[in-house]
Design a protein around this ligand. Structure first.
Ligand code: PEP
Ligand code: MN
Length: 336
């Protein structure tokens, strides 16, 4: 339930309203907007008399919220959330390029790619250490050693880093990782999401390939309900009947998510198409649709990559793409 207050509400009345709600075990969150102040009620509001509250002098409007997600809901939090990682910002008009290999393979590989994408304008380095592969016989990632190599690249090249976690037990290894990625296959791993809710670090949450937008938001809610509000949503393609691309990029999820939530939305054109040749057009389309960032797989030798080479673009292609994105962004920003 949300309560929209009249402008300049009488403080005494407001305090007693909040106290009364607290006495009913309802947590009241005050959101100060430019034009109005909103109280977001978290807890069981089913017994609250909406008409009684609506009749108070200090109340302009009361609404029951249908959506089961509250922390992620834009109605509760009208302004865009901006996630800061050092000097890098994502959301609220701040666009960030995340680039790097699907999997970390060696010190030389990750540092070479990191230095190249950095010089082309990437703000964050990606690199998987724990790889969720369809086959148990496929390369599973360098695991803890891969995390070490990511940390070395961070130190040597000076880019913040993102890597995927697959299990709660791996959490201690992620202490110095700047953003923790939850992959599509773990979007429903609620125990993992709850554990990530208790830490103080941004989480990039990927949409499961058969998850609805509402389910994605509910998974974000799991993290946020624990107190961690720094969630970045990632559309990485969903599974449809189409087989010409690895997944189907749901570009409409961008405006839909922008309406429903204040969280930043990042697009992954690599996993959503599965082919390097489609990455450029889908990246530009994502920028045009209002995305807050892109996460792109880049490999120095895609043909011999240990994971996802087919969809990885070269550092040269990334450099060209990054220039196009930078040209497009100011034009697109005029329309949003
Ligand atoms: C990845 O980013 O390499 C990855 C495994 O992505 P997803 O979870 O979207 O499949
Ligand atoms: Mn990959």
């Amino acid at each position: 339930m949300i309560i929209v207050l009249e402008q300049n509400p009488e403080e005494k009345q407001l305090d007693s309203l909040k106290q009364w709600l607290n006495s009913m075990d309802i947590n009241v969150q005050t959101i100060e907007g430019i034009h109005s102040t909103v109280l977001g009620l978290v807890g069981d509001t089913s017994t609250i008399d909406i008409e009684f509250i609506g009749a108070l002098d200090i109340v302009a409007d009361v609404k029951r919220i249908q959506e089961p997600y509250k922390q992620a809901n834009r109605r509760f939090h009208p302004l865009d959330t901006i996630i800061s990682i050092g000097d890098v910002k994502i959301g609220g008009g701040n666009f960030a390029m995340i680039a790097g290999p699907c999997a970390v393979e060696s010190h030389e590989q990750i540092c070479m790619i990191a230095s190249s994408v950095k010089s082309s304008g990437a703000a964050i380095l990606r690199g998987g250490a724990f790889k969720p592969r369809t086959s148990p016989y496929a390369f599973q990632g360098l695991r803890a050693d891969g995390i070490e190599l990511m940390l070395e690249a961070k130190k040597e090249i000076g880019l913040p880093i993102i890597s995927e976690i697959m299990d709660i037990s791996q959490l201690p290894l992620f202490d110095n990782i700047d953003i923790i990625q939850v992959g599509a296959r773990n979007m429903h791993n609620f125990e993992l999401l709850k554990a990530l809710g208790k830490i103080n670090k941004p989480v990039l949450l990927k949409r499961g390939f058969s998850a609805t937008i509402q389910e994605l938001l509910m998974s974000a809610e799991y993290i946020m309900a624990g107190g961690n509000e720094e969630v970045i949503l990632c559309e990485r393609g969903i599974r449809t009947f189409e087989t010409t691309t690895r997944n189907t990029l749901d570009l409409a999820s961008i405006p839909v998510l922008k309406e429903l939530t204040h969280l930043p939305v990042v697009i992954d054109p690599s996993h959503s198409t599965g082919y390097a040749k489609y990455v450029k057009s889908m990246s530009l389309a994502a920028v045009a649709a209002g995305a807050d960032g892109l996460i792109i797989e880049v490999h120095n030798d895609p043909a011999n990559a240990m994971c996802d080479g087919q969809q990885s673009i070269t550092p040269e292609a990334f450099s060209e793409l990054s220039a196009h994105v930078n040209e497009l962004l100011p034009i697109i920003n005029k329309f949003y």
